[in-house]
Design a binder for this molecule. Sequence first.
Ligand SMILES: Nc1ncnc2c1ncn2[C@@H]1O[C@H](COP(=O)(O)OP(=O)(O)OP(=O)(O)O)[C@@H](O)[C@H]1O
Ligand SMILES: [Mg+2]
Length: 326
Amino acid sequence: MSEADATGDGTGGRKQVWIEKYRPDGLDEVVGHEDIIGRIRSYVEQDDIPHLMFAGPAGVGKTATSVSIAKEIYGDDWRENFLELNASDQRGIDVVRDRIKNFARSSFGGYDYRIIFLDEADALTSDAQSALRRTMEQFSNNTRFILSCNYSSKIIDPIQSRCAVFRFSPLSDEAVAEQVRYIAGEEGIEYTEDGVDALVYAADGDMRKAINALQAASVMGDAVDEETVYAITSTARPEEVEAMVTDALDGDFVAARAKLDELITERGLAGGDIIDQIHRSAWEFELDEQAAVRLLDRLGEADYRITTGANERVQLEALLASLALE
Ligand SMILES: Nc1ncnc2c1ncn2[C@@H]1O[C@H](COP(=O)(O)OP(=O)(O)OP(=O)(O)O)[C@@H](O)[C@H]1O
Ligand SMILES: [Mg+2]
């Protein structure tokens, strides 16, 4: 998108968004996902890719891998041969279908097929997916689809069975740390080891989040450290979450509630994020099994209620209260 200024003179480079600047340029720049990349590389080498489906959480490289495939197959011509569409386009599946048709019918610059990348495919209703399936069949002689989604279970079976399905998992801590260090090095940013650890923890496997947080923290001036990262990402330290839960389990509701208040009011954390953080660390709190089971049970309840629209703060207080009761 903004590659033109990637070579910038230092001032331009600083302003540029790093997730774009460091978007992988080829399959060997995609970190993690070794098995997936290996299999995809063999498709590319045989110049024969099937329809592909990439399922997985946000910011792990589904789009980056797709663009890398196009760059490897088409080189400098990749833009003409790669159509990126978003399935949740508000104008609907008909618009998406028309664009696919035009793209598949326009003249080809010497390649056997073109690639259509359809983002957020799981946002399509099953009727729209059926329409998409017919479109895939209609143009299967000269197009390959790459469907990207968070949940493959939301994609109808007839489409799944036409695709080679790849499940992208959250990136490992090592993969995130490695990329963060690499970018910090390229940008001449100083960082502390606890700063990298905090970025890895806050990102929770999401590379986009890690890179954005690194960039935001780097603007603050000093070396990127733990404190800056937790502040910028509105993340509680794992110890703080543990202290709050332990207070509640020890029956000290007042203290637990004060800690919750501090996180929400003073630090601006979202209730849903606090729930996620408790969930991530629940097994690391060294609770006895009984307490851990009770915590997870209540957590499920609060999570569900918040997802369906209940007041986050009320739910979190109720969670702490019920832990304190027994
Ligand atoms: N595996 C990876 N290796 C290197 N960089 C990555 C990787 N995953 C993500 N990134 C970085 O994060 C940015 C966003 O990644 P990408 O757009 O591929 O995510 P995605 O999986 O498509 O997420 P979404 O589901 O939100 O669309 C990339 O531009 C790149 O800078
Ligand atoms: Mg994407």
